[in-house]
Each structure stands twice: as C-alpha cells, then as structure tokens.
Design a protein around this ligand. Structure first.
Ligand code: MG
Length: 198
C-alpha cells in the first residue's frame, strides 16, 4: 500500500513550536489553548506575527521538533511491506532540515514531498494514496472529498464532524493496529471504529 503521511503534528509532537513561540512573544499559551491553525489569534499577537516568527525560527523549530511516541518503531515495521510517502505543506526551502530530521530519527522514507501549500489532493492522486495520515481538519476533509481514506490524529485544533472516510485516532498505536487489521482483511477496505483497539 501507499501510505501518505503528513509531518507537522502527525510525526512530530503537535505543539513543539509552542515553547519557542511563547518565549519570543512573551506569551504563556498552553497546548490546550491551541484550538485552531490561526496561530496569531491563538497567541493573541497582531496578524502576520507568526509568519515572521516562522521565517526567523522555522528551520530551528523543525530541527528541534520532538517525535511522537512510537512513530519510529511503527514506521520501520510498516516500511517492510508498504511505501512510506511524506507529504508536507512545508516549503521546499525546508528540505534539508526535514531530511536531516527524518534520518536523525531513523524514519524510513520512500519519497518526501514539500508542497509549499496545504492542498495535498493532487499529490495524493499522484502517489496513489491508499490512505493518508493527517492532523489537519481541513486537509482531512479535502482529501476525503476527493475520495481518499484519512486517519486523523486527534488534536485540540482538529475537532469537528467527520465524513465516513475519515477516522479519528488517538495515537500511532491505533494507526498501527488499524493498518494490520486492514492488511489482514482486504487492502482498500474502509476503516471503522470497531477496528480500533479497546
Ligand atoms: Mg500537520
């Protein structure tokens, strides 16, 4: 199968940028306060501030990013049978720091696509995605509307109604179980909540 995987918030801890942002802006925002991708609003800073912050510190925060629990072991195992495609909205200028981070964490990688845009549908088509792992609500909805199956890792900023072909998961352990389950049944079968581990 072709597994398409987002990076920020999906492979990485979703709030890894927060300590540095708090330090920079003199704010004290907690992970639970991050309820949207509108980071200026979340931080209570003037519009455009986060973009400037990202231009200054983007490479550094990507370099420092913490990896989610279990990701390395699970992806190494999945890579024995499946293709691992990373598909991120990060800009091409972040390729080097992204490749270094993947290799530093011993993550398998068949392809790495830095799209520079949140629209991932065309890339999912090109890669013939069997399913997409995401943390962005909008991306999940877009991909689902284009007919792709999505696993959405639950975060404070992605709550909301989901269509049938998007399943909310808590962590990579659940993702791993779902993929095993699907491989045993039939590739392409829809994920359902009943498949989640108890
Ligand atoms: Mg993401």
């Amino acid at each position: 199968m072709n597994l398409c995987i987002d990076i920020d918030g999906t492979l990485t801890d979703p709030y890894y940028w927060l300590p540095r942002a708090n330090k920079h802006f003199g704010t004290a925002v907690a992970p639970a306060d991050v309820t949207s991708y509108a980071f200026d609003d979340v931080l209570g800073v003037p519009a455009g501030s986060y973009r400037w912050f990202y231009q200054l510190y983007g490479k550094l925060i990507h370099k420092e990013a913490e990896i989610r629990f279990g990701v390395r072991e699970i992806l190494q195992k999945l890579a024995e049978e499946h293709n691992i495609h990373y598909v991120t909205a990060r800009e091409e200028i972040m390729r080097e720091v992204t490749e270094e981070w993947l290799s530093e964490h011993d993550l398998p990688c068949d392809t790495l696509s830095l799209l520079g845009t949140p629209n991932k549908v065309w890339k999912a088509k090109q890669l013939e995605s069997d399913f997409f792992i995401e943390d962005s609500y909008d991306n999940a909805i877009q991909l689902a509307q284009a007919g792709f199956q999505v696993l959405l890792i639950d975060c404070t900023y992605n709550r909301g109604e989901l269509p049938e072909n998007v399943l909310r998961v808590k962590n990579w352990h659940e993702i791993s179980k779902l993929i095993d389950h699907q491989v045993e049944k039939a590739a392409g079968a829809a994920f359902t909540e009943e498949m989640l581990p108890a």
